[in-house]
Design a protein around this ligand. Structure first.
Ligand code: BJ8
Length: 419
């Protein structure tokens, strides 16, 4: 990585502490990722992006800001990127997936809270994440209680705009969400000084749909037996989707898919068990479950998570006659995401069963971040439905630490042998 110390110091980062973070990441990455056999050539781009995660992309954000552009941080796949991009701003996903930030998060938050929240708050309070430091505004949303209250703390550091996400999916809730998107548009226009026109919004609707299509193409390829790409590599691509330049990302994913198309011609069955992962998101660099599962005789072929199908399934209807209709189309697409913070949330169960069939999964691993209540409570309904379909399922609740890795490995090993 180049020398970015001046850039980081201009972002008011805690350089000493950040050095510690920079020292651990390459080691983990090489152990988890570079040790995989026979990776597609197209993964070189994504390796490069990771190696420059706090470098080149931050420089791009910096150049954008120097030209008067704004950077907006988000934490949830319900926040419409289309709006941010239409105002000429750059959106970056800020969910934290590193154990490194937990200690600082726990200085201002209770310990018995979801690690994802502790990590992103820790990243901000410790001033060790250059993405956070680059943001002119953060966008929160009313999903789970922990996140909802965390915005109040983050607002002391960077202005937070909170979108009120309904928790049910009736027509009146969709209408409410549409109003929230309209308010969001006004707030973004005010921040950027740029008017979001119908033409601009239509352009970014198409751009975001193209990004979804590229990811969908990648996931379609994983339906093959065997999959031409590991679950680990696919997860990395999904994680990078949250902060890379969208145009470049689309191009690189499509190039990789062209290579995978070729690969399919020479792939031989590998006898590995095919696993569907469902549950809470895996923010970068949380590769814990994938690396454990794929170190065994198994491959992860699909993730029904927000760092998986929930991020790219369903397109925004591009045909609209005016701004109001286009916003309505955006609202309807986002309200199709099936997060456990909704009640009821039967759509998620239908999705899981559909994906098990489509991806020919042998079993389901339900991944729950510790203290995430909505997902852990929802497990009962998911388990019942999968039992009815004779689909094997196991529940794993864990955080970002490595302490329970051995124990999880033993449990997963037994599960894989059984299915
Ligand atoms: S749409 S999953 S990105 S809220 S932070 S709910 S893990 S306790 S992240 Fe999420 Fe949006 Fe839903 Fe997806 Fe649980 Fe943790 Fe809350 Fe979480």
């Amino acid at each position: 990585m180049g020398d970015y110390r001046k850039l980081w110091s201009n972002l008011n980062m805690n350089l000493e502490k950040h050095d510690v973070l920079c020292a651990v990441l390459p080691e983990i990455y090489s152990k988890v990722y570079l040790s995989q056999n026979d990776r597609p050539e197209g993964m070189n781009y994504f390796n490069f992006v990771v190696s420059e995660v706090h470098g080149l992309r931050i420089e791009e954000l910096d150049n954008h800001k120097k030209q008067g552009g704004k950077v907006i941080g988000t934490f949830c796949v319900y926040v419409p990127d289309e709006v941010i991009l239409a105002a000429g701003a750059i959106g970056v996903g800020l969910c934290g997936g590193s154990q490194f930030w937990i200690e600082d998060g726990e200085k201002v938050l209770p310990r018995n809270l979801c690690p994802l929240i502790k990590a992103f708050v820790g990243a901000k309070v410790s001033a060790t994440c250059p993405y956070f430091q680059s943001c002119d505004m953060l966008v929160g949303e009313t999903t789970c209680d922990g996140k909802k209250k965390a915005w109040e703390i983050l607002n002391d550091y960077t202005p937070v705009h909170v979108m009120e996400l309904p928790q049910m999916k009736r027509e009146k809730n969709i209408e409410d969400w549409k109003m929230e998107i309209k308010e969001f548009i006004s707030r973004i226009e005010e921040l950027t000084g740029n008017k979001i026109t119908f033409e601009k919004l239509k352009e970014t609707v198409i751009l975001c749909n193209d990004k979804r299509k590229a990811l969908k193409r990648l996931y379609e390829l994983r339906k093959n037996i065997p999959s031409p790409i590991s679950g680990l590599d696919s997860l990395l691509i999904s994680q990078i989707a949250f902060y890379d330049d969208p145009q470049r990302f689309i191009q690189k994913v499509n190039e990789l898919c062209d290579e995978l198309d070729e690969r399919l011609k020479s792939l031989q069955p590998n006898g590995k068990k095919r696993i569907l992962i469902t549950g809470t998101p895996m923010a970068i660099p949380n590769w814990k479950m994938h690396s454990i599962i794929e170190s065994l005789n198994a491959e992860i072929v699909v993730e029904e998570t927000c760092t998986g199908t929930r991020y790219f399934e369903n397109f925004v209807e591009e045909n609209a006659n005016d701004m109001d209709e286009l916003i309505e189309n955006i609202a309807r697409r986002y309200m199709k995401v099936n997060c456990a913070c909704f009640t009821p949330n039967a759509g998620r169960i239908e999705d899981i069963i559909k994906y098990v069939k489509e991806y020919k999964a042998d079993g389901v691993i339900y991944y729950n971040l510790s203290f995430c209540q909505t997902y852990s409570v929802e497990y009962k309904k998911v388990e019942e439905a999968l039992n009815k379909e004779n689909i094997p399922v196991m529940f794993i609740e864990t955080d970002y630490s490595e302490e329970d890795s051995g124990q999880i490995k033993t449990r997963v090993e037994a599960f894989i042998e059984m299915i």
